[in-house]
Design a binder for this molecule. Structure first.
Ligand code: DCP
Ligand code: MG
Ligand code: MN
Length: 329
């Protein structure tokens, strides 16, 4: 799902089965290493410009080893994968896969439900007592949250957010990050980042900005559900108007001095972040959603580098600048 697929990708059928294998490793086997290996292979193939015609050819690409190259051969020869056929034939896997599609339900929870005999949404509706608040909202909006959000709708929501935040406090900064910022035509959710010059990492006082923001967006009817609300992180749902689909909305409040590291992180993609952080480490820096810090010979990170733009982070670690649109790997 996160990997580009469809007409523009000559290897999309390989990407699809690799993504499905990745999901199986994450949700059923719970093997994060295999999950990462399949995702990496899918992303490498997704950005490969020409059709791969053999496992041998695929193996020359970074991130594709013996096992995956054999799967590509099997798929080319038989049009399917026996491993996936077996997975599809197992009702338990199917149930776990269904339940993990509910927002807030992870692999462990899904497996626990299945072992208690709950394998369908209908059954789950009868056993809501087994769900926490997040999972309850996930179940309530199961269909809505599965629908991709058209770019145009996020753009309209962005306009509304800006208008309300401007009224609340003209100094508040807002950037919609995630796949939307990477220029995608459709997104899975809305990732909003807000900041304020009066809120910096050095201050110990708890910020009340996010609570005010959420209260104001609730009272105007944009925010319709709250999954969780802390000082710096809101998870919930919003709706453009009465008959629109309910959309997952995340809002994070970030200290002003950490704004660009946060924008970079929440723009993603997650694979791109992994790659950039690994490059930073090679160059003697540790990079995360808060800061960029040099790592001394002792291995202890130093003081954060002062950052004034997203581009500066790339420059500091000698990583060729990529526009958000180029980060969808
Ligand atoms: N992120 C990350 N590592 C994770 C999860 C998230 O680096 N494990 C960062 C990169 C993501 C961003 O946070 O791009 C937002 O997370 P989302 O899950 O919302 O992912 P996207 O916005 O990229 O895709 P989607 O359209 O599915 O929401
Ligand atoms: Mg997103
Ligand atoms: Mn998100």
């Amino acid at each position: 799902r996160k990997v580009p697929s469809g007409e523009d990708n000559p290897n999309h059928d390989f990407c699809d089965f690799l993504t499905e294998l990745a999901d199986y490793e994450k949700n059923v086997s719970r093997n994060v290493h295999k999950y990462n290996a399949y995702r990496k292979a899918a992303s490498v193939l997704a950005s490969h410009p020409t059709r791969i015609t053999s496992g041998r050819e695929a193996k020359k690409l970074s991130g594709i080893g013996e096992k995956i190259s054999k799967k590509i051969d099997e798929f080319l020869e038989t049009g399917k994968l026996q491993k996936l056929e077996n997975i599809h034939g197992d009702a338990k896997n199917t149930a776990i896969n269904l339940l993990t599609r509910i927002s807030g339900v992870g692999p462990a929870k899904a497996q626990a439900l299945v072992s208690e005999g709950i394998t369908t949404l209908e059954e789950l509706h009868k056993h809501k007592d087994k769900l926490n608040h997040h999972q309850m909202i996930g179940l309530k909006y199961f269909e809505d949250f599965e629908m991709r959000i058209p770019r145009e709708e996020i753009s309209q929501i962005e306009t509304l957010l800006r208008k309300h935040l401007q009224q609340l406090d003209p100094q508040i900064r807002l950037t919609i990050c995630g796949s939307y910022r990477r220029g995608r035509e459709e997104s899975g959710d809305i990732d909003a980042l807000v900041s304020h010059p009066n809120y910096t990492s050095g201050r110990s006082k708890k910020p009340d900005i996010l609570k005010n923001v959420v209260a104001s967006l609730k009272s105007c009817g944009l925010i319709t559900e709250t999954i969780s609300l802390g000082d710096t992180k809101f998870m919930g749902a919003c709706r453009l108007d009465g008959d629109s689909v309910t959309r997952r909305l995340d809002i994070r409040l970030t200290p002003f001095d950490q704004y660009y590291c946060a924008v970079l992180y929440f723009t993603g993609s997650d694979m791109f972040n992994k790659e950039m952080r690994a490059h930073a480490l090679e160059m003697g820096f540790t990079l995360n959603e808060y800061s960029l810090r040099p790592v001394g010979s002792t291995g202890v990170p130093g003081e954060p580098v002062e950052i004034h733009s997203e581009r500066e982070i790339f420059e500091c670690i000698g990583y060729p600048y990529k526009s958000p649109e180029e980060r969808s790997m």
